[in-house]
Design a protein around this ligand. Structure first.
Ligand code: CA
Length: 507
């Protein structure tokens, strides 16, 4: 028996054993997070229902059974509001969906169809900035007496300040001799959250999407940049105040609403955003740790960030992932090595947190900068354009769409896709992996990462060999006496290169 098939058997047996084991005493509005995995979707690239080459809400609705079958409990849709850009991170109307994707009614049907399948729907909410084509910005730029003038930041002279990446942040007005502030790009003027009407509008927009459109939560874009204080452009005290008030307002509207924020920084830099602002934040450092470990073959520091977060916050409040829509895709970074991609998925989905998986990662889609190439159309079948559209795709597909596609990988039990499906189900069904404590184990081999996940009812041992050589007679030790007793009973078989064991144990 190969170690791969053993791995598969162990996971399958474990999943079967753990069925019906979910009864934690949680607020019912929070219970969904237990063992949940969320799936990040770029609507433009998921599935085109009408042949114009652009993915749309009706197309996504048709593919919801695929999403449900992955085993995920929630989806995050990248921006869906009306926008002049292909990515949508610059809205021109916060109350209307992007016409390329359909109508508000199409979106509501999508949400209803998702809810019917037990899937929560989170949407990208871009509070920091609007589009330079937003009517309020156009009006404020043209008319200095506009009531929306104070919604943005204008300056007669160009302040002597650069952005965190050395970029220009004050941009020349197109209509008069003045400048406006936009941290990311001249096409994205920052909204001014010092103006009470802007804060009120942000609440009104959230209420619209919750009450009228039925969404279950928001992924908050670029939250460190909400309020500037002089030359301090990120992570200011006023930014935390605004986030705190916004989150409190959302909880009053809908106690079960979920918020997850983008703080693209280290674990240490995430911590000031707790305890009373958003529900969760993406843990970029954990993602980099997994990717670095798998790429380099060394497991030495992969758990450090996890341990720091575990000590400070419950695992439902931080979200690991492998790669997102702004980063080189996993399979590209791992140079096409499917075994490494499986290892990365195994670590992500057996370690704590509320993980997110970017669409296409589960089939090993490739992609590198520029950004459009990180967000290419999903590969469904071996048909023309990988079954994404019957028209001409808005962006060329990746060259491996004939092999890395859902149909081919569904038929192959050893595929990356089926690996993801098994792990996502295991996480949903096994309480120790879902929300148990992470106990790191010391291994006498730096290419091995080993840990226990345990709760009061069960324990699971995960041992991954990240290296290129087999590991035999592996010694594992723990300072934790109970963990040491558990692992002392285990006789590990040799571990093949780039393979992992997931072993259920008596606690
Ligand atoms: Ca379309």
């Amino acid at each position: 028996m190969t170690s791969q098939s053993l791995h598969v058997l162990v996971v399958a047996a474990l999943a079967a054993r753990a069925l019906g084991a979910q009864s934690l005493a949680m607020d019912s509005s929070q219970a969904w997070k237990h063992g949940a995995v969320c799936y990040e979707i770029f609507v433009r690239s998921f599935y085109d229902s009408d042949g114009d080459g652009i993915g749309d809400f009706n197309g996504l609705t048709q593919k919801l059974d695929y999403v449900k079958d992955l085993g995920v409990k929630c989806v995050w849709l990248m921006p869906i509001m009306a926008s002049p850009s292909y990515h949508g991170y610059d809205a021109t109307d916060y109350y209307r969906v992007e016409p390329d994707y359909g109508t508000n009614a199409d979106f509501k049907r999508l949400v209803a169809a998702a809810h019917a399948r037990g899937l929560r729907v989170f949407i990208d909410m871009v509070l920091n900035h609007a589009s330079s084509e937003h009517p309020y910005f156009l009006e404020a730029t043209r008319d200095t007496a506009s009531p929306h003038r104070s919604w943005f930041r204008f300056s007669k002279t160009k302040p002597d300040v650069k952005g965190p990446w050395g970029q220009e942040v004050w941009h020349k007005s197109p209509v008069r001799d003045e400048y406006y502030y936009g941290i990311f790009w001249s096409g994205m003027p920052d909204l001014n959250y010092e103006t009470p009407a802007v804060r009120e509008e942000a609440n009104k927009v959230a209420r619209f999407w919750i009450d009228q459109m039925g969404v279950d939560g928001f992924r908050l874009d670029a939250v460190p940049y909400l309020v500037e204080e002089g030359n301090a452009l990120a992570g200011t005290r006023r930014t935390h105040d605004v986030l705190r008030a916004y989150a409190a307002a959302l909880k009053r509207m809908a106690p079960g609403v979920f918020t997850v924020g983008e703080v693209w920084d280290s674990v240490g830099a995430m911590l000031p955003y707790y305890p009373d602002q958003l529900d969760a934040y993406f843990a970029f450092e954990l993602s980099d740790a997994i990717m670095n470990a798998v790429r380099s073959g060394s497991g030495t520091h992969v758990l450090d960030g996890y341990m720091r977060l575990q000590r400070t916050h419950p695992p439902t409040r931080w979200s690991p992932f492998l790669r997102n829509h702004d980063q080189t895709r996993t399979m590209t970074e791992l140079r096409g090595d499917t075994d490494k991609a499986k290892l990365a998925a195994t670590l992500l989905l057996t370690l704590p947190g509320l993980p997110f998986v970017y669409y296409g990662e589960e089939i090993g889609m490739t992609g590198d900068k520029p950004d459009e190439r990180l967000r290419t159309p999903m590969h469904w079948t071996r048909a023309n354009h990988a079954g994404f559209t019957r028209g001409t795709p808005w962006e060329a597909l990746q060259p491996d769409s004939m092999t890395a596609n859902v149909a081919a990988q569904t038929a192959d039990t050893a595929s990356l896709l089926n690996h993801y499906r098994r792990l996502i189900r295991l996480r949903a069904q096994n309480s120790a992996i879902a929300s148990g404590e992470l106990v790191p184990l010391a291994a006498h081999d730096t290419s091995v990462v080993a840990y226990l996940r345990r709760d009061t009812r069960r324990a699971v041992l995960v041992v991954a060999n990240l290296g290129a050589s087999a590991v035999s007679n592996l010694g594992l030790t723990s300072d934790d006496a109970a963990a040491q007793r558990i692992i002392a009973r285990v006789a590990l078989p040799p571990i093949a290169p780039r393979r992992a064991y997931i072993l259920p144990l008596r606690p």
